[in-house]
Design a protein around this ligand. Structure first.
Ligand SMILES: [Zn+2]
Length: 235
């Protein structure tokens, strides 16, 4: 009897879903279709949505056990020193992050966020790590090719080069030393459009794509998102 119970417990533990917390706010998006994309990832991934600034509470130590992986889909700008400290500490201590699309444009005045995700779309002339960056640019509604890096990485496993219809960003900062996973030759884009890195104990994946419904429905993007969530969650 005892043996059976133990077995059942361990079986249920190994199949517990990964609970993602999607952090939004500061930028509109098509909620229904975005949520359909999240549902399409299957029963092994569950999600909840939290909007900033209220979502700041979920970075507090007492709330960190309510989710397993952070998915950034916000473009928030305002943060207090205390909120910034708690936010960075939450991730440094091991809470993994997937940063999508316009979350690269968030926090114009908080450089530690740029260090967390290893990237930053600049809205204004910005000096960072001894280099001056001009304001970046974007173009909506482009068909372009996404090239999958030749490196063996679990996030891109089984994903072949694909075409996407999305918005490009050009001129953003990408941290030295990240592992590029996706690139493009599209001239209106910065070449690296997907990467992996670490921040403290946490694994981080950044995917520049994800503006609108065509990407939410793109099967290669869905596969990348799912594999990214699974990979960052692994200890
Ligand atoms: Zn966009």
């Amino acid at each position: 009897m005892f043996f059976l119970t133990t077995l059942l417990l361990s079986a249920s533990k190994s199949s517990d879903p990964i609970r993602i917390l999607v952090v939004t706010g500061g930028h509109g998006y098509k909620t229904e279709q975005f949520n359909q994309m999240l549902s399409s990832l299957g029963p092994s991934i569950t999600y909840q949505i939290a909007e900033l600034p209220g979502a700041y509470d979920l970075f507090l130590p007492e709330n960190r056990n309510k989710y397993d992986v952070l998915v950034f889909y916000h473009m928030w700008q305002q943060i207090t020193d205390e909120q910034a400290k708690v936010f960075a500490e939450c991730i440094r201590n091991g809470k993994p992050v997937i940063a999508l699309h316009h979350s690269i444009c968030a926090y114009d005045d908080w450089p530690e966020y740029w260090n967390i995700i290893g990237g930053k779309y600049f809205h204004k002339v910005t000096s960072f790590r001894g280099k001056e960056y001009q304001p970046c640019s974007y173009i909506h509604d482009l068909h372009f090719d996404v090239n999958v890096a030749s490196t063996k990485h679990p996030v891109i496993k089984g994903v072949k080069d694909f075409e996407i219809f999305d918005e490009t960003y050009k001129g953003y900062y990408v941290e030295d030393g990240v592992t590029p996973l996706l690139t493009t030759d599209e001239p209106s884009s910065t070449p690296v459009i997907g990467w992996a890195k670490k921040y403290g104990k946490a694994r981080i994946i950044v995917l520049q794509s994800g503006h609108d419904v065509p990407t939410f429905e793109n099967s290669s993007f869905r596969k990348l998102l799912k594999q990214a969530i699974e990979w960052v969650y692994k200890k």
